[in-house]
Write a protein that binds this ligand. Structure first.
Ligand SMILES: C[S@@+](CC[C@H](N)C(=O)[O-])C[C@H]1O[C@@H](n2cnc3c(N)ncnc32)[C@H](O)[C@@H]1O
Length: 250
């Protein structure tokens, strides 16, 4: 299991490169769009009942999630360590007075204490060299009682472990292998930073082997959806490729 985050400069460089194409990962069929679309629905469902306030989307990428945050009626600040991603995000937000963009690192946020009602970090801590430090920053900038949404790749998922093995064998190339987290590790980090976990939702039952799934995107999507509909929560916990944590700032 990947235990160390990739070097921050390499992470920025890789995301700068992919920034213009990144939004396209949400579209179409296959393991990645299935992952992104499923997570987006879960995030929207968690935000919908909250009082409309100010959201920080840290590691925003090009801001696809921000589009939905705005549609729900929240104001949104997007921040990303990759200037390329921040630029893409800015392109999407042009003219929207309720949306702001900043290039910033999760471990040293350029925002005041307690200014946000919600902080989201979706698929970000896997690439942060000091995740505990980032969570302390999230706690500093969110108001007491505010919400934290964090999505992480599940360290117990056979699909994630296989991806890791394929990378080690040189079958898959990934210049920035993500760290994987177990729920226990994640909850420990969150508690230490001053958050109380309210709910953990597992998602993305990627059951076909990674290489096969990449080559058969339609089938992979159908199999994942069928498993998600029928699986018990115990199976999901161990097999889902990722989980989304809903936590409250204590
Ligand atoms: C997998 S992408 C997720 C993008 C977006 N959250 C989404 O789900 O569509 C990870 C993002 O985190 C950003 N990132 C990585 N390390 C970061 C850090 N230390 N501080 C802020 N952003 C970071 C990357 O530049 C990239 O845009």
């Amino acid at each position: 299991m990947s235990r160390h985050a990739p070097a921050p400069a390499v992470v920025r460089e890789v995301y700068d490169d992919v920034a213009p194409k990144y939004a396209g990962l949400y579209d179409g069929l296959g393991p990645l769009p299935h992952f992104y679309q499923t997570r987006l629905r879960l995030v929207v469902d968690l935000l919908r009942p909250l009082p409309r306030g100010l959201v920080l989307d840290i590691g925003s990428g090009p801001g696809i999630v921000g589009d939905h945050v705005r549609r729900l009626g929240f104001r949104c600040v997007a921040a990303d360590a990759s200037v390329g991603m921040a630029r893409e995000c800015y392109e999407r937000t042009r003219g929207d007075v309720g949306r702001y963009v900043s290039a910033a690192n999760a471990t040293a946020l350029p925002f005041g204490d307690g200014v946000f009602d919600v902080v989201m970090a979706l698929g970000v801590l896997e690439y942060v060299d000091r995740p505990g430090r980032a969570l302390s920053e999230f706690r500093r900038v969110v108001r007491p009682g505010g919400t934290l949404l964090v999505s992480l790749l599940n360290g117990t998922s056979p699909y994630r472990r296989l991806r890791d093995v394929r990378r080690r064998l040189g079958l898959d190339r990934d210049p920035i292998p993500p760290m994987l987290f177990t729920r226990t590790e994640a909850e420990r980090h969150l508690r230490a930073a001053g958050f109380g976990v309210k709910q953990v939702t597992y998602f993305d039952m990627e059951m076909l082997p990674p290489g096969f799934a990449d080559n058969h995107p339609r089938l992979a999507g159908r199999v994942a959806t069928a498993w998600e509909r029928t699986s018990s929560s115990v199976l999901l916990r161990w097999l889902a490729s990722a989980f989304l944590i809903n936590a409250a700032a204590l």
